[in-house]
Ligand binder design. Structure first.
Ligand code: SF4
Ligand code: SF4
Length: 400
């Protein structure tokens, strides 16, 4: 088995790097509705799409150019410069601030009233070191982000959670907590649990705490400072951290980093445990992309469709204390509803089960597939008239 370093220690990183600007952008828009059309000219900061979900932020052109194509998945812009749209001022009225942030591209779904702000400064995955330069070099911007959230969510207590051994600058009236510098301790659900001793499901929010990462607060602070929308992401490429325009193609970034991608190699958006392989070299990064990893064809662990041996190795390592092997089998044989009986929604998608699987089964992929199918099923069922829903529920319920 290929050995993997689970350490979340970052050491001292260099400053954020701003690389060469791309000549085209492929902006992922599958969670947004475009408001412009092919042929339209945009400036950096022009709104191009509105979010489909009320808690998600809208999308803006990261650079000026001409929209060349729009598909259900992406908008392609041919860049012709960096001419910027006018900035706007944050509203003085606190009641309007959250909506204004949303219109500037900030995800506001978890900015509810709560007594505690939890700042996640633990690297999300091994090799992702984006929080260190932000905490060191952009403290004032992050403080402005903190103040903004304290006003919106009325929080009175604050914890900064860091991996022991990494940078952990406290803010005013903030208690620093340390967790062991080992994956998966930086995942939001485990950070919330470390502070509150309570568990929340993936995608859910704690009833009395708002969790934001150092990077989230940096972007909120920047929007407040500049009056300009979020059009960049901060991501680790190799050993350096970069400010990258949303929509920059992964092949372009790999080339800038000096890498030549060969047939069979994979470029992973995010970290190696939870990241997703890019579909092609033109796929653009989005505002949540935290890293880019090149996995050579001969280095990767090849997932198989071998049967589950029932060895229990995945269960022994699962931080959610569920049965990944069973969930993978439910998904493999399309018993998606049965997966709910085995607590699929408690899975925090850390990927550790896939790493340890004796049969090298793609367990996390199976689990994500089952969650996706269950979401489709719920949507389809909720769109049916009430009497039909009852009938359908009876028909699709699996026999024990
Ligand atoms: S990805 Fe696997 S190991 Fe991680 S929580 Fe889900 S089932 Fe458990
Ligand atoms: S580690 Fe793999 S083979 Fe073993 S029980 Fe889990 S899924 Fe099955």
């Amino acid at each position: 088995m290929t050995t993997f370093n689970f350490s979340l220690l970052t050491g001292d990183t260099g400053p954020l790097v701003k690389g060469t600007e791309p000549d085209r952008l492929h902006i992922p828009i599958h969670a947004h509705t475009p408001i412009l059309a092919a042929g339209d000219q945009v400036l950096a900061g022009t709104k191009i799409a509105t979010a489909n979900q009320p808690g998600e932020g809208d999308l803006h052109a990261p650079m000026s150019g001409v929209i060349k194509a729009i598909t259900p998945d992406y908008m392609r812009i041919a860049v012709n410069g960096d001419e910027r749209a006018d900035a706007t001022k944050p509203p003085a009225d606190l009641g309007e601030l959250k909506q204004w942030l949303r219109e500037q591209g900030v995800n506001v779904g978890n900015l509810n009233q709560a007594s505690r702000l939890i700042i996640n400064a633990v690297p999300p995955e091994p090799g992702i070191t984006i929080y260190d330069p932000l905490l060191r070099d952009y403290r004032k911007t992050i403080e402005l982000g903190v103040e903004t959230i304290q006003r919106i969510a009325s929080t009175s207590k604050m914890n900064l959670v860091a991996a022991k051994g990494n940078r952990a600058n406290a803010f005013a009236n903030c208690t620093v907590m340390h967790v062991a510098p080992t994956y998966p301790n930086g995942l939001d659900q485990l950070v919330i649990k470390a502070v509150t001793k309570e568990e929340v499901l993936l995608g859910a929010h704690h009833k009395d705490a708002v969790l934001l990462s150092v990077r989230d607060l940096y972007f909120i602070g920047r929007v407040m400072e500049t009056g300009r929308p979020v059009t960049e992401t901060v991501m680790t490429i190799g050993t350096q951290n970069h400010l990258v325009r949303i929509g920059t193609p992964v092949g372009f970034l790999a080339g800038e980093a000096g890498a030549t991608v060969q047939p069979g190699d994979r470029l992973i958006l995010g970290g190696l445990m939870r990241g997703m392989a890019a579909l092609n070299l033109e796929q653009g990064v989005n505002k949540d992309t935290t890293g880019l990893q090149l996995v050579r064809d001969d280095e990767s662990i090849k997932a198989t469709d071998s049967p589950c041996l029932g060895c229990g190795e995945c269960e022994r390592h699962c931080p959610a204390r569920i049965m990944p092997g069973m969930l993978s089998r439910c998904s493999e044989f399309k018993f998606f509803e049965r997966a709910e009986k085995f607590h699929i929604h408690s899975c925090i998608e850390c990927g550790i089960c896939s790493y340890w699987c004796t049969s090298q089964r793609p367990i996390l992929h199976y689990i994500r597939l089952a969650k996706y199918e269950l979401a489709l099923l719920r949507t389809a069922t909720s769109n049916l008239p009430t009497d039909t829903q009852e009938e359908t529920g009876q028909q699709t319920g699996e026999s024990e």
